[in-house]
Design a protein around this ligand. Structure first.
Ligand code: HEM
Length: 166
């Protein structure tokens, strides 16, 4: 009995800790993505060379998105919202459980696939102009999807705080 209670406490603590990280890393995902888009736009229109700094920005944007994906997958497997059999949110357009079980995960997966493809394609392009253009197009598409799929306090789909704390 003590073991069961103890393992429940550990699991809940782990879930909540990861949720706090998942909430905070969203800001890093957004910041790196916006900075990468800005870098690509500036590089493209000023006809700049694709510098090692631009390449590092491309790389780290994709890496931070992948980290968020990993944490999201663990949170998904433990979330009471996802796992619960009955969950109602009467004021929302979409039931919160449906949002996190299907909408959030599929949109975020799509966005991270777009970031991954964009980053890989940009890396392989020969011309610097094409590198910037590829980064710009794929990252802008991902940013739009991520922005819609985040449960902002003002979102009509599901609400969560701007930053979750312990
Ligand atoms: C760029 C990618 C992602 C971003 C920016 C993002 C952002 C967020 C944010 C801001 C929250 C609210 C956190 C809170 O409650 O304070 C959240 C919740 C959640 N996310 Fe993500 N997420 C991403 C990807 C994913 C992925 C890929 C999955 C699943 C594989 C996932 C699963 C979840 C789940 C299950 C919750 C709700 C947890 C709960 O309330 O129990 N997320 N996400």
């Amino acid at each position: 009995m003590v073991c069961i209670v103890f393992s429940f406490i550990i699991k809940s603590f782990m879930y909540y800790t990861l949720l706090v990280f998942h909430s905070a890393i969203r800001w890093f995902v957004l910041a790196t993505l916006i900075y990468a888009i800005f870098t690509a736009y500036r590089g493209l229109y000023r006809k700049e060379a694709f510098t090692p700094k631009a390449n590092a920005i491309r790389h780290w944007t994709a890496t931070i998105a992948h980290l968020q994906l990993l944490i999201g997958m663990v949170v998904y497997g433990q979330s009471p919202v996802v796992l619960s059999q009955s969950f109602s949110s009467p004021d929302a357009i979409v039931n919160e459980q449906i949002f996190f079980r299907y909408i959030h995960i599929s949109m975020m997966l799509l966005a991270i696939v777009l970031i991954t493809i964009g980053s890989a394609k940009a890396k392989r392009m020969k011309e610097d102009r094409m590198k910037y253009q590829t980064m710009l197009r794929w990252f802008v598409a991902a940013l739009v999807i991520i922005f819609v799929a985040i449960p902002w306090p003002f979102s009509p789909l599901a609400w969560r705080p701007y930053l979750r704390t312990f």
